[in-house]
Design a protein around this ligand. Sequence first.
Ligand code: DGL
Length: 280
Amino acid sequence: MATRLDPRPIGVFDSGVGGLTVLSELRARLPHESTIYLGDNGRTPYGPRPADEVRRFTLEAVDWLIGQDVKLLVLACNTATARALGVARIRSTVPVIGVVRPGAVAAAAATRSAHVAVIATDGTVESDAYPDAIVEAAPGTTVAQLACPELVPMVEAGILEGRRAESVLRGYLEPLLGGDPMIDTLLLGCTHYPLLRPVIESIAGDRVAVVDSAFTTSLAIEDLLDALGSRADSEAGARHRVATTGDVGAFISIASRLFGDQLPQVEAARIERASAVPLD
Ligand code: DGL
């Protein structure tokens, strides 16, 4: 089959700054690809919201990104993936990749004892998307889940380390780490949580592998582009855009910690209310 080249950007969506952890891996792995990131910071967090509201917000983001002429969409939000991947695929005119299956694969590859714990938002935990996906990837694995509703607002507020971050994380993680059966793998089932990784790892200790979906999602994107024959031209030079529905200054102060001077100018986005939202 002749290789086609497709210069259109890859669209990446999250409820806020969390999906930047996926964008960062994507840009590192596929440096020739252009990207456009949408953070719905104006309406974050999604985790505590009812499933139908998360579906509507996600479809509004899908419509916005499709309107930017993307060739592929990445739901870089576990909550949106868990609640809305199916409807996003129905709505979208381009392929849609979620982060739950890649996260499950990362956990399945890391565990030796087949005892895994997942920390995530209320919505993701309630959906049971991770236990289902991990058991599919590694049958027989036990999966403990814990919702950590304080973490997304903390990250969005730029609190990534220090006493407050440590005490909130200890409160969540210590019971999980001391549970029975003893876990050997902790999956960060929310794309905001890798921003807290140094504190999480210091609490989890050497015995526990801390994994997330960012790297395996970048592999899934690469595989899909190859299967479709739609990589970008390596000579053309990648272009990157970043947009938020929230406060631009607050977004920049967190995003620049990840991207430094590689962060493009941050645009303000206004997304339209979606009509005709399918139920599932
Ligand atoms: N980054 C989103 C996730 O992966 C956070 C969801 C939220 O806004 O609560 O679940």
